[in-house]
Design a protein around this ligand. Structure first.
Ligand code: NAD
Ligand code: UD1
Length: 337
């Protein structure tokens, strides 16, 4: 298929582009580079033979999208473009609604006009808020605690209204758990532009000496070792989930909603230990107060993805940490090096 990948130079988008190209799809990346670098395009090219076409553009730019969609006949869109920092979303809620919600409306309008009706959306486990129990199934109630999460819920609802109004749409809402890791070549990885908020990117910075110590946010949760438990999924597995979702949509019009996780939860201290083994030295840490808004445990019921997509994650925590470390060690300053 000819696939438009918005946010395609970002962390999940770039890894997915590699798998799409490897699966024989023709890929065009559309990104405004607000949280990524154009150097990613050459790195993808080094992995797959030829760099994909990259167009610098914004999903809020209706005229720009129209021009792109007039020139090229896309069969599907994977929509990664969005802002994702929870803390920032609390400070700048309008920016998040404008970029994520308005950006998606503008994109969907352009697609409707061009007659492109196969759409894969990057949703998040954040839509489940503080779940009543784990593992989390797709039919659990949704409740966001911040503007970022609410933007995801709004877009999810908009997409289900769209499918209800026009059954020609084929839409996947993929709820990612915690993507970590990097391409095993060390060429692609996560390159946060500021001090990272998420656990593994922060540990990476500690491991290369850019930060002194990891702060573990709370050791008094009701979990086996008291620290928060999450469903970390290798970004390479997550990328393949998108290829599987596209394949599913080719055969099934309507709406697909699935969790993409491993179904296993790991605590912060388990991740710290595994990363220490991967990089060959312990990660210094200190226990501090809980981070407001954090939940004790969050991991997926992955049976729907397995049943519907024939997909499941295969990498374990050691592989995720090993690949994250290889990327970080070879690119201590990210794509700038
Ligand atoms: P990322 O920031 O690395 O990638 C997003 C990309 O979108 C960036 O390259 C950025 O420059 C681009 N972008 C942002 N706003 C844009 C706009 N208006 N127009 C064009 N491009 C724009 O983030 P990621 O981790 O790759 O996440 C991709 C998607 O997955 C996001 O929608 C995110 O909310 C969602 N998601 C991510 C995670 C995670 O932990 N990484 C978890 C759940 C869901
Ligand atoms: C965060 C976001 C969530 C988003 C998800 C994936 C918040 C409140 N939630 O969730 O919306 O969907 O990322 O992008 O930001 N931790 C530390 N020290 C750190 C960083 C994290 O101890 O420096 C702990 C956290 O308390 C948590 C675990 O590590 O228990 C994972 O944290 P993180 O990587 O930020 O992911 P989430 O909390 O799942």
């Amino acid at each position: 298929m000819k696939v438009l990948v918005t946010g395609g130079t970002g962390y999940v988008g770039s890894h997915t582009a590699v798998n799409l190209i490897e699966a024989g799809h023709d890929v065009v990346l559309w990104d405004n580079l607000s949280n990524s670098r154009a150097a990613v395009v050459e790195r993808i090219g080094a992995l797959v033979g030829t760099p994909p076409t990259f167009v610098q553009g914004d999903v809020r730019d209706a005229a720009g999208l129209d021009r792109l969609l007039e020139k090229q006949a896309f069969e599907a869109v994977i929509h990664f473009a969005g802002l994702k920092a929870v803390g920032e979303s609390a400070q700048k809620p309008l920016l998040y609604y404008e970029n994520n919600v308005q950006g998606t409306i503008t994109l969907l309008r352009a697609l409707e006009k061009a007659g492109v009706r196969t759409f894969v959306f990057s949703s998040s486990a954040t839509v489940y808020g503080d779940p009543a129990c784990v593992p989390i199934r797709e039919d659990f109630p949704r409740a966001a605690t911040n503007a970022y999460g609410r933007s995801k819920i709004m877009i999810e609802d908009m997409l289900s209204d769209l499918v209800a109004a026009d059954p020609r749409w084929r839409i996947a809402r993929l709820r990612y758990f915690n993507p970590i890791g990097a391409h095993e070549s060390g060429l692609l990885g996560e390159d946060p532009q500021d001090v990272p908020n998420n656990l593994v990117p922060y540990i990476c910075r500690v491991a290369v000496g850019r930060e002194a110590v990891l702060r573990v946010f709370g050791a008094d949760y009701e979990t086996p070792d008291g620290t928060g438990v999450r469903d970390y999924i290798h970004v390479r597995d997550l990328a393949l989930g998108h290829v599987a979702a596209l394949r599913y949509l080719q055969a099934h019009p309507g709406m697909l909603t699935v969790n993409l996780g491993t179904g296993h939860g790991y605590s912060v201290l388990e991740v710290v230990k595994a990363f220490g083994q991967a990089c060959g030295r312990p990660i210094p840490y200190e226990i501090v107060a809980r981070r407001p808004g954090d939940v004790a445990q969050c991991y997926a019921d992955v049976s729907a993805a397995r049943r519907l997509l024939g997909w499941q994650a295969v990498h374990d925590l050691d592989a995720m940490c090993g690949d994250a470390w290889r990327w970080q060690e070879r690119n201590p300053q990210g794509y700038e090096t």
